[in-house]
Write a protein that binds this ligand. Structure first.
Ligand code: SF4
Length: 325
């Protein structure tokens, strides 16, 4: 029994946590608060993480569901998940100042949708019903886009011309499940056209590769991330599919149930792309207090991508700097 206790360890997946798009969106809200002072309105959660949202609320950000909840003339930030052209138009009608923090990798998918729609393709958008990103992308060309919510949805798909059909996807899906959906779609539509480049983003892919690497060696995988964070929820699924004894998602270390550790020697830890690393550190500290003090980081990729801040914000920051010099 002594031996089991001595072997207790943590495998920490890397990459994990913040991606370039989330970092940019969160910094955009912080900079807007500094520049314009509170309140700053944000349509929807800027990123899907409870801790990030409550920290920004404490600094003066007000999160609203729709732009009609923003006072006329105020500043509103669009979240990293992107918005449809109808939302831009609604903001314009209310004369809102907008800062668009849509991740550039989501914008890329919007542009693909616009292009294929203008070429009159039927677009099969693989994604989760009701997710904000999917609503934004579908809103670019509603008459050409239909949602395919996973392999079980393929049977329902009909198109106008099977020679002119393309698939696109949400950026934060399970790579394996999406490939299965595409395989089934291609069985049905052999001429199915692929997107010009991967829509599932680098951060989602890298975090899934990293969790696969630690899953088989882990009796338990703890994923830090919020319940509405698509890529965090996918990490739990991927961990289970790749050999983890069990896997749970938590927002905070305090949510970990001590009973999950019964008989557990190795705990894998990772986090979704919207999760600040401080929350992972809290989980690692919580585990250390229970004997899991040995931590090995398992690195499967290095990430150095950075996005510049939204252009409206850069313009305002430059103007402020010029006026105060
Ligand atoms: S998860 Fe991917 S698409 Fe979403 S914000 Fe991060 S980099 Fe952009």
């Amino acid at each position: 029994m002594e031996g089991v206790t001595d072997n207790k360890r943590v495998l920490l997946a890397a990459p994990r946590g913040y991606c370039a798009g989330v970092d940019r969106a969160v910094v955009a809200v912080e900079k807007a608060l500094e520049l314009h002072g509170p309140p700053i309105y944000v349509r929807k959660e800027i990123v899907h993480n409870r801790h990030v949202v409550s920290s920004l609320q404490a600094k003066g950000a007000i999160f609203v569901d729709e732009t009609d909840a923003v006072p006329e003339g105020a500043t509103v930030i669009f979240s990293a998940h992107g918005v449809s052209p109808a939302v831009h138009a609604a903001a314009e009608r209310r004369m809102l100042k907008t800062i668009d923090a849509t991740c550039p990798l989501v914008t890329k998918v919007h542009k693909e949708a616009v292009r294929f729609a203008s070429d009159d393709y039927d677009i099969l958008l693989i994604g989760h019903q009701g997710h904000e990103e999917v609503e934004g992308t579908a809103g670019e060309a509603p008459e050409h886009i239909q949602l395919v919510d996973g392999p079980s949805d393929v049977a329902n798909v009909t198109v106008r011309d099977p020679e002119k059909v393309v698939w696109l996807s949400q950026t934060t899906l399970s790579v394996d499940e999406t490939m299965e959906t595409v395989r089934l779609l291609r069985e049905k539509f052999p001429k199915l056209y692929d997107p010009p480049s991967d829509d599932i983003c680098y951060a989602t892919q890298n975090r899934q590769v990293a969790v696969k690497k630690i899953a088989a060696d882990s009796d338990l995988v703890i994923v830090v991330g919020s319940q509405n964070s698509s890529n965090s929820v996918r990490l739990v699924e991927v961990a289970l599919q790749h050999g983890a004894g069990a896997s749970y998602r938590v927002d905070y270390a305090a949510e970990i149930d001590e009973s999950w550790l019964d008989g557990v020697v190795t705990v894998g830890v990772t986090s979704g792309a919207s999760v600040p690393d401080v929350l992972v550190k809290d989980v690692v500290a919580w585990l250390a207090e229970r004997g899991y003090g040995e931590v090995e980081e398992v690195v499967t990729a290095e990430e150095d991508l950075l996005f510049s801040l939204p252009k409206e914000l850069r313009r305002d920051m430059k103007a402020k700097a010029a006026s105060s010099s």
